[in-house]
Design a protein around this ligand. Sequence first.
Ligand code: NDP
Length: 332
Amino acid sequence: MVLQAKSWVLKQHFEGFPKVSDFQLKEEQLPEPRDGEVVLEAQFLSVDPYMRPFSRVRMQPGDVMIGTQVAKVIQSNNPSFPVGCHVISRCGWRTHTVSDGRDITQVLADWPQNVPLSHALGAIGMPGLTALYGLEEVCAIKPGETLLVNAAAGAVGSVAGQIAKIKGCTVVGSAGSDDKVAYLKELGFDQAFNYKIVSSLEEALKNASPEGYDCYFENVGGHFSSVAISQMKAFGRIAVCGGISLYNDTIPQTGPYPHLPMIFKQLKMEGFLVGRWEHKNKESLRRLLTWMQEGKLKCREHVTDGFKNMPAAFMGMLQGENIGKAIVKVFQ
Ligand code: NDP
């Protein structure tokens, strides 16, 4: 079987916000799989914020854009991955890939029929795990506490807020449009506001929780972070998950610096990468899936059709077009 594989490569490093001309679509003939190898056909691809900062440190011009996909095995010389099974592959922005099996994992064997496979890139995948570990492992959040989460209508933020509700916490979320705020209310957030239209972020945070915040799930950084840190309660915990407001900066942002509120309130601030708890993933994915099936965890997707639209989907997500997980749908 002769297959033409398409891939998107990074033509040149992004300077500031990514541009269409930074990406190049390439086509190549896929080699036949050898012993132990399989051929993957992408079904859903993920576009994620980490691709922006990682492109600078993990990629060279000409490299295929990094990323994860849900793929179907369409040819197999590896008994661990029979034809027809679905896998999560970290092969990047590619339609077809020959894999030796080392960079792929099977989607949970008993994945329920009524749950779309694309959720394996969202609430029942890396973003859902990030939300879970940020709350449980980093914040060690407890029932009755108040959580602040920003980029709250996105893939990670929306799951973090819902898990905190499941755990009996009060949840405040901020997001960048009124539709997103309405969505957060629908998800059961106690308070939500549009950070783009509030006249004072400090007032908005105080109004949402006058007594302050025990935990802060940080996705944004920059100005938001400076204001939010001052609203923490004594001994508050901050899980530094992301800093999306910084990723496209050409000149690094500076202060105000967090030292004084951190010292006087004796705060704990910890950065983390979801991969730290990989050994727990199987059990954690099952917990997320159970919550979803019990109706406690809802997951919306922002789906872009067509592999040719990968760069547009990526840039749209960085600009906040998505409510829920940003996904690109390829073959069906
Ligand atoms: P989202 O689905 O939340 O999409 C990104 C969102 O960021 C946009 O929708 C937009 O929402 C918001 N945003 C964009 N620019 C700005 C800005 N300048 N200021 C404030 N908000 C902005 O993405 P994810 O849920 O996948 O990721 C959320 C965060 O988690 C990111 O920072 C990411 O890097 C981080 N992350 C970290 C991981 C880890 O292991 N540490 C793993 C996965 C993600 P809005 O309209 O609300 O502005």
